[in-house]
Design a protein around this ligand. Structure first.
Ligand code: NAP
Length: 251
């Protein structure tokens, strides 16, 4: 069944990288935007830029730390309400700190698991509650190709956090099958942003290429999308079956 145009889009982690890039692409498509992150100075500068470039759209912003579940529960409906509701929620906020387990950096691994798993869970709760009330909407969970198999070192906790998101998104999808609410899991490959400075993996693409592929994938609303599709769909299939000594070299 063709899906409706998702006119009002809430994006978390919109203050940099993929979130900021998606905001620019969706604004160019004439969509209304609700943008959230902790760095509000950057959100406000982005809002001003987008409103100047696309005078017909609406852009609203809010400070949000996704680690604070109570704040997510409060801010998401408030922000959505400023647009009269939302049609799509992109749970994009995330961090990529980390070190091999047992090397004295438990705090970094814990922070990554906390923000990526519990922060995204809090966002899903708030978004799906809004969508359930209307009987429709599109939830997008930003995972990673690092979720697929044993990437190590700086990606140990990160990959595990994103694997948890794949599982969470699938179970939310299962809860919602047969309703008007769609759930998409996107698995970006390596796209040059602040999250991976100094530790970019193979097949890294520039931000523009990555964001174009990401927004196009989200617009199609599949169950799961690899971004960019080439080479990450076949590479992901390979990762699933290759022996761990080979897989770990990709980290
Ligand atoms: N770039 C890649 O290669 C790649 C690959 C696969 C998946 N991803 C995923 O894509 C998403 C975006 O990452 P990116 O590459 O665009 O990195 P980025 O430039 O570092 O952006 C991360 C965004 O998340 C926000 N964020 C982090 N912690 C937050 C918190 N506690 N509360 C609210 N917002 C928070 C940041 O905003 P504030 O600091 O202003 O709060 C920032 O806007 C992440 O989920 C990441 O795991 C990226």
């Amino acid at each position: 069944m063709p899906h409706p145009v998702r006119q009002r889009i809430l994006i978390t982690g919109a203050s940099s990288g993929l979130g900021e890039g998606m905001a620019r692409r969706f604004a160019r498509m004439g969509r209304d935007l609700a943008l959230a992150a902790r760095r509000t100075d950057r959100l406000e500068a982005l809002r001003d830029e987008l409103l100047a470039a696309h005078p017909g759209i609406r852009v609203v912003t809010a400070a949000l730390d996704v680690d604070d579940a109570a704040a997510v529960e409060k801010v998401v409906p408030e922000l959505a309400g400023k647009l009269g509701g939302i049609d799509r929620f992109v749970a994009n906020a995330g961090i990529g700190k980390g070190a091999p387990v047992g090397t004295g950096s438990a705090w970094a691994n814990r922070a990554t698991l906390f923000t990526n798993v519990l922060g995204t869970h809090a966002q899903c709760e708030a978004a799906v509650e809004l969508f359930r009330a209307r009987g429709s909407g599109h939830l997008v969970v930003v995972s990673s190709v690092a979720s697929i198999r044993g990437m190590r070192g700086t990606r140990t906790a990160y990959g595990a956090s994103k694997a948890a998101l794949n599982a969470l998104a699938e179970r939310i999808r299962s809860d919602l099958l047969g309703t008007g609410i769609r759930v998409t899991t996107v698995l970006p490959g390596f796209i040059a942003t602040d999250i991976n400075v100094g530790r970019r993996g193979p097949f890294t693409v520039d931000l523009g290429t990555g964001v174009d592929a990401l927004t196009a994938a989200i617009e199609r609303e599949p169950v799961r999308a690899y971004v960019p599709e080439w080479p990450w769909r076949p590479v992901s299939a390979l990762l699933r079956v290759l022996p761990l000594p080979v897989v770990r070299r990709l980290a």
